[in-house]
Design a protein. Structure first.
Lengths: 290, 392
């Protein structure tokens, strides 16, 4: 069939390769050199046509002539193009020497573009790029629900509180916080010379100055904690929480003169009766204990 | 609709049968009750949606009320029995019913009428109770584990030979809540530094960090303006853990939040039981300094529950609380002149800092290398088939 007839059919009839979008009419045929649906670019409507296609990363020049129009399987002749851009241009010139200049020009433009994107692809391949992983939607939903339920089952605050209380009982905080508390009802701001003030429950809330030795005898409950005021180092036992806290030792009192601690001590109130034992600046310790 | 309504109403229009009135009435009542039971309609049989919804809601409410009443009774009987525990212990040993099986007790209600000892507490089955037994669970006397600990990458930091120094960075495009999260993270982890990502490759960043003697690298990855993944890389050639981050709540969004100080925090790591969990726990531990300042009363918690690691940051305080133990029984009151007040030590927490949930996705042996890395553990979807199997 003649080219014009074919074109007439394609243009005004149906073409499978035609993709019409708002910016123009495009041809999806793999043999199209420019990609636009045009009288001069349509591979079906031109009996003499050529393109460049790439297979893997090698470029091939495909040519079609009217002589082979009756042999569809042998219609397109392919020539492997060399890697080098200049050499490829020479090969094209050689093969398409007597072909219409417009077509040759379009083919060379196509070759240029393809070499450029080949270079870019290679560069990108060397770089590390993020890969988007998709997660099935159902899994994310299930995950969210599981998380919610786990949070409810965890009772985190309670666990933290029990853990801290256990540490207190075991004497990790021996110098800083003490257990049990009921014997330290009133703690007043102390200078370094004064002793720790101790009051028992039933006694009046007078300020009583006691010697360090007396404290031990008065506190019967603290039998387990003999070393508490003697300044022994206490190492945290490896327990069933799997020895993750092996490094904790008593903090050395001498280091603890931070700015912050000093500031807090200034704020403490003298002689104030408070049920709260642990207010922020109200403890300093007998230096003999260190 | 009309039919259903009619069916529900008892057949009141039937005339009372002749004969003895008293008997008839009770008989009729019995019959009525039986008929109503037979006609108790499942809500799913009602075709009208509004009506169905009503009936269903009512049923649910009733069931809940019953359940609550039962639970309350059980609790009360247990408490009662405990209070009179000493007197009862003698009795229970002679109680024939108590010596019988639990089923007997259950059938006769929560109380055993023969004795006053509280019935055996039925422990509810939870997922944690019925967790699939895992052979990799660490045992406290495992010499191999200790040896492994000595030889692993965190040993230097954990034995306090080196103080941890953390480098925090982000993914290439950081927006939304990422920067705020990083600010807060820097306040939680002492001795941490933030560097902008630029377009450096992660491997180059690892090199950079190694040259500057960092001990850990944390990369916060943002997706759709929300931080959604955390990459923890131990240095120099430590393991890489990739976590999925979710449920991020910043400090300003927490009610009654506190402000953290700059004291070195204490660490609490809960429920890291298996070997993998232990390793992850040690990795997290190596981010923090090993000499916490107890005076600062700051605690950072990583709580593992069902493979989800919950992060919390609190300031705590210990207080005494007077707890009055008042006995309800009249006899007891008569014997004791006054109610005892017990002093209890409690711990109060004030939350500060962010709150988020991590889930381990992969653990890789060396530093970050997705192409040629050796993975210790990768989460695969077919690990989720059992609801009672956890890996951390």
């Amino acid at each position: 069939m003649s080219d014009d007839v074919v074109w007439h059919c394609i243009r005004h009839g149906h073409c499978s390769f035609r993709a019409k979008i708002e910016t123009g009419i495009f041809c999806r045929s793999p043999y199209n050199a420019t990609g636009i649906c045009n009288r001069s670019s349509c591979p079906l409507a031109n009996s003499r046509y050529a393109t460049i296609r790439d297979h893997d990363v090698i470029f091939y020049l495909y040519m079609k002539t009217a002589e082979r129009a009756h042999l569809p399987t042998k219609l397109w002749e392919s020539v492997k193009l060399p890697r080098n851009y200049e050499k490829a241009i020479e090969v094209i010139n050689k093969h398409l020497e007597f072909w219409p200049k417009l077509l040759v020009h379009k083919i060379k433009q196509r070759l240029t573009k393809m070499t450029q994107y080949r270079i870019r692809m290679r560069k990108l391949h060397l770089k590390v790029r993020e890969k988007l992983m998709t997660v099935p939607r159902k899994k994310t939903k299930i995950d969210i629900n599981k998380e919610m339920k786990a949070e409810i089952a965890a009772q985190i605050d309670k666990c933290i509180q029990t853990e801290l209380l256990e540490r207190l009982k075991n004497g990790c905080y021996s110098k800083i916080h003490s257990y049990p508390f009921d014997d330290f009802d009133n703690i007043v701001k102390l200078d370094e010379d004064h002793d720790v003030h101790v009051l028992e429950d039933e006694e009046e809330n007078k300020i009583e100055y006691i010697e360090a030795d007396e404290i031990e005898t008065e506190m019967d409950d603290m039998e387990d904690f003999e070393g508490l005021l003697k300044g022994q180092k206490r190492y945290f036992n490896i327990r069933n929480k799997f020895f993750l806290f092996a490094g904790y030792t008593d903090t050395d009192l001498d280091h603890l003169v931070d700015e912050q601690v000093a500031k807090k001590q200034k704020r403490a109130q003298i002689g104030r009766r408070s049920t709260k034992v642990m207010s922020e600046g109200t403890f300093s310790f007998h230096n003999n204990h260190s | 609709m009309a039919k259903e309504k009619k069916r529900k109403q008892p057949p009141t229009d039937a005339s009372p049968p002749p004969g003895d009135k008293r008997e008839g009435r009770s008989e009729r009542k019995g019959k009525k009750a039986r008929k109503e039971k037979a006609e108790a309609i499942l809500p799913s049989q009602i075709k009208n949606k509004d009506k169905r919804r009503e009936v269903h809601a009512k049923l649910k409410r009733e069931k809940k009320a019953q359940k609550r009443a039962l639970a309350r009774e059980r609790g009360q009987s247990a408490r009662r029995a405990e209070e009179l525990g000493e007197q009862a212990s003698e009795r229970s040993s002679n109680c024939p019913r108590h010596l019988l099986s639990l089923q007997f007790l259950v059938r006769f209600g929560s109380d055993c009428f023969g004795c006053l000892q509280p019935p055996e507490r039925q422990v509810p089955r939870t997922i944690e109770n019925t967790r699939e037994p895992d052979e990799t669970v660490c045992r406290p006397d495992d010499q191999e584990l200790f040896a492994g600990n000595d030889a692993d990458e965190f040993n230097a930091v954990l034995k306090q030979h080196i103080t941890p120094k953390i480098l925090i960075t982000t993914c290439r495009f950081n927006s939304g809540r990422g920067p705020a999260f990083i600010d807060e993270l820097m306040q939680v982890i002492p001795n941490s530094h933030y560097v902008k990502r630029g377009t450096y490759e992660l491997k180059k960043i690892v090199e950079y960090a190694n040259n500057r003697d960092f001990t850990s690298l944390i990369v916060v990855h943002t997706n759709r303006r929300e931080p959604d993944a955390l990459l923890m890389i131990g240095l120099p050639d430590g393991p890489t853990a990739h976590f999925k981050l979710s449920k991020l709540v910043l400090r300003k969004d927490i009610k009654n939040h506190g402000n953290p100080t700059s004291h070195k925090p204490e660490l609490v790591l809960n429920n890291f039981t298996t070997r993998l969990g232990h390793r992850v726990g040690r990795m997290i531990q190596s981010l923090f300094p090993q000499d916490p300042n107890f005076r600062g009363r700051r605690v950072v918690t990583f709580h593992n529950q069902r493979d989800y690691i919950f992060f919390r940051h609190h300031r705590y305080i210990f207080e005494t609380k007077e707890k009055k133990v008042a006995s309800k029984d009249k006899k007891a009151k008569a014997s004791e002149s006054k109610s005892e007040s017990e002093k209890q030590v409690i711990c109060r927490l004030q939350e500060c800092g962010p709150r988020f949930v991590l889930k381990l996705l992969t653990l890789q042996h060396g530093t970050f290398d997705t192409k040629s890395g050796e993975y210790e553990w990768v989460h695969k979807p077919d690990m989720d088939t059992s609801r009672r199997r956890f890996f951390l």
